[in-house]
Design a protein around this ligand. Sequence first.
Ligand SMILES: Nc1ncnc2c1ncn2[C@@H]1O[C@H](COP(=O)(O)OP(=O)(O)OP(=O)(O)O)[C@@H](O)[C@H]1O
Ligand SMILES: [Mg+2]
Length: 259
Amino acid sequence: MASGETLVPRRTRSSAIELVAIERRFDDGVEALAPLTLRLPAGSFVALLGPSGCGKSTLVRLLTELDRPTRGSIHKPFDLKMACVFQDPCLLPWRTVLDNAALPLELAGVPEAERHAATKDALAQVGLADAASKYPAQLSGGMKMRASLARALVVQPTFLLLDEPFAALDEITRQALDDHLRTLWKAWGFTALFVTHAVDEAAYVADRAVVLSRRPGRVVLDHPLDLPSDRTTALRSDARFAAQTGILRNALAESGGAL
Ligand SMILES: Nc1ncnc2c1ncn2[C@@H]1O[C@H](COP(=O)(O)OP(=O)(O)OP(=O)(O)O)[C@@H](O)[C@H]1O
Ligand SMILES: [Mg+2]
């Protein structure tokens, strides 16, 4: 980031991310993913659903390159900037919110004044402008997750990978964060892959939902969500929303996995 530049909404120009015939078999013989092919066009918001243990987090680890596929290939644009958000916000208790969220920039050697300016911007974007000097122990669960989101945003990602980020939060907080995430995505234009157990959450935040079978995971449904682009609370009780969540529930039931 150039000196003085702040975090501003922008559109990604990257091309698609593709997983082609991915398989992952662990040393103990557990087959986590069957041949699985998935294309994430640049700027798309895809929700990934599937029964517990079907290989969703394995797929996430393959995308982060913390793990490698047994077979198949993953294609990512050379200029991809990836950031991850997990269920555990993983904040360092001895660091303030500002210094936690600034960590990726600190590790990248960004000078202090510049990283503080960029981090304050990111905190403002997730609604934590007034909490910069607080410590994690002083935050609610939702605030911790917002801090974790800010830490992901400071690198100006073109690809945001989220593995059940809001699963441990209460319903109201989760819905507020779903709204916030969707707003951030619309403003920034990053590609998003959002793993969730919750059918309603998948339908609300994403533009497309992919359902995996029971382990070894393979795609059983790849469904463009037929909903207005602007998601509001009222949509949750709309018949169109119920129709979309019904399609996802049926696919999950047929995949052999109860959630
Ligand atoms: N390092 C590993 N070694 C052996 N088996 C593994 C390893 N990592 C994951 N597994 C197995 O692979 C399968 C898929 O695990 P994974 O964590 O990807 O599931 P998941 O879909 O994310 O489940 P959940 O919804 O509960 O988070 C599980 O059976 C798990 O026990
Ligand atoms: Mg998982």
